[in-house]
Every structure is written in C-alpha cells, then in structure tokens.
Design a protein around this ligand. Structure first.
Ligand SMILES: Nc1ncnc2c1ncn2[C@@H]1O[C@H](COP(=O)(O)OP(=O)(O)OP(=O)(O)O)[C@@H](O)[C@H]1O
Length: 258
C-alpha cells in the first residue's frame, strides 16, 4: 500500500543543534502512530515540518505522493491534513457551531463572500454530524469559552475532523484531562477516527495511552528515530526504556496494547 505520508532525508538544524536528522518515514493510510521522546528529542520539530509551520533544512515531505515543501500550513490543511494545534486558535467568543463553520470554510478554500456565504445548511449538517459522533451536540450553541474542560478537548478534536481530513495530527490529546476521563476521551476519539479511516499521528507522553491506542510507535531521541514498530516491541526496546522512558517499563502493567 502506498504511503499517505512520507519523509525523505528530512533534516532540520538550529545552529549547531540537529533537531531532525535524516528522517525517512512512511506512514500508511489508517495507521495510528504514537510519537514518543523525551524533552527536546525532536517531536515538535517533526510535526511542525510536516504541517508546514517550519521549513526543513533539507529533505522532502510527501503527503499523498505530493511534496508539501514550500506550502503554507493552510494549503496543507486543504490537502487533507488537520492538526489539533489549529483548534487552540478557535475563536472563544464564537459558538461551537460558528467555529465549525469557520473551520469548514478555511479548509475549503477561498474566503466566503456575499455570493458564497459561510453559514449554509450543508455545512451545518456536516458539523452537526461530527458533533453527534463526538457526543458534544449539546454544546453546539455554546460559546467555546464556556464549554467545560473535559468536553472542550472533544470539541477541539471534533473541530479538527469537521473538514473530513485524511490525516490528523494531535499534540498530547489527553494532557490536562483527569485519569478517570482520559480513557473515555480516547475511546471516543479513536472510535470516530477508525470509522472514518483517518490516519492519526499523535505526540504523547502517557505510556498507558500509547500502549492502548496506537498501532505503531516512533521513538525519537536527539533528532533521530531510534525505534519504530509495533507498540510492544518498541516499548520493550532497551534503548527506548533508557533514553525515552527513563526507567524500566513493566509492559504487563500497561494493559493490552492495540
Ligand atoms: N526555534 C528553535 N530555535 C532553536 N532551537 C530550537 C528551536 N526549536 C527547537 N529547537 C531545538 O531543537 C531540539 C528539538 O526540539 P523539539 O521542540 O522538536 O523537541 P520535542 O521532542 O518536541 O520536546 P518537548 O517534548 O519538550 O516539546 C531541541 O534541542 C530544541 O532546543
């Protein structure tokens, strides 16, 4: 199967620091990939390059076979790659529905006008369908700033999916979520993305979440990927335990890996 995302020799330096070193990655449609690594390992640099926020020093990035080098983040979004990061830029003084309409128009292309209004029954229906899948319909007319913390995460991720991207990048989806709520949140998110066949790449520090929900782990250390494969294999790797996790990991205590 051909890769939905591929990087070839992807490299980024900041002065003497090599934040990404010759990264050659292939991700296939439908994979759920966890990106792990200690602070400064290069996870954000990788995600920023892939989504167009940071130009690489060298190398190529292909999304669906097309190079995204030199494209603006919004163009890459329109190609079908959504990022949860963008939802941090939601308008707090607009309602959840209004934000969804803006997200949809932004993903579609040219700005709305008198002849091309933002608020259409088709867009509302699309937004309502995704709110229902995430169980957040009751917040559709609430201002984003008033949505309770737990539901806000779901609203954020629903918003990234409203434009029906083929790939979704999430930055620590469970950060700030209570231990009691984190599995319920991930169960909902993963059930929706699987139903839509969306490929997911997410940065996560919580090994319980990684072990339970991903089909593949890429472990970063010092700008390189030191292990890449099925969760159990990568988490059992001695270098990963030493350099990424920082201690011996009892795999049994993490529960069933995907
Ligand atoms: N804008 C920048 N200017 C200079 N150095 C940078 C910049 N961005 C990242 N770096 C350096 O590149 C390396 C990789 O950083 P990056 O933020 O990608 O790591 P990370 O794995 O995302 O870490 P964290 O988990 O702390 O977010 C680090 O040494 C960092 O200091």
């Amino acid at each position: 199967m051909s890769a939905i995302l591929e990087t070839r020799g992807l490299t980024r330096t900041f002065g003497a620091v090599v934040a990404a070193k010759d990264l050659n990655v292939q991700i296939t449609q439908g994979e759920i990939v966890g990106v792990i690594g200690s602070n400064g390992a290069g996870k954000t640099t990788f995600i920023n390059m892939v989504t167009g926020y940071l130009p690489p020093s060298s190398g190529d990035i292909l999304f669906d076979g097309k190079s995204v080098i030199g494209r603006q983040p919004r163009d890459i979004t329109r190609m079908g790659m959504a990022r949860s990061f963008q939802v941090a830029q939601l308008f707090p003084k607009l309602t959840v529905m209004e934000n969804a309409l803006v997200s949809l128009v932004a993903a579609e292309g040219p700005r709305p006008s008198f002849f091309r209004p933002l608020d259409t029954p088709e867009r509302r229906a699309r937004a309502d369908a995704i709110f229902a899948e995430f169980g957040v319909s009751r917040y559709r007319d609430a201002l984003v700033s008033t949505v309770p913390q737990g539901a806000r995460k779901l609203v954020d991720i629903a918003m990234a999916l409203v434009s029906q991207p083929r790939m979704l990048l999430l930055d620590e989806p469970t950060s700030g979520v209570s231990i009691e709520e984190k599995f319920a949140l991930m169960d909902t998110v993963m059930s929706v993305v699987r139903q839509h066949g969306v490929t997911v790449l997410f940065v996560e520090h919580d090994m319980e979440i990684v072990a339970r929900y991903v089909t593949r782990i890429m472990a970063f250390y010092s700008g390189e990927i030191i292990a890449d494969g099925p969760p159990r294999e990568v988490l059992a790797d001695a270098r990963v335990q030493e350099l990424v996790i920082g201690h011996h990991l009892d795999l049994e205590s993490l529960g069933e890996a995907a």
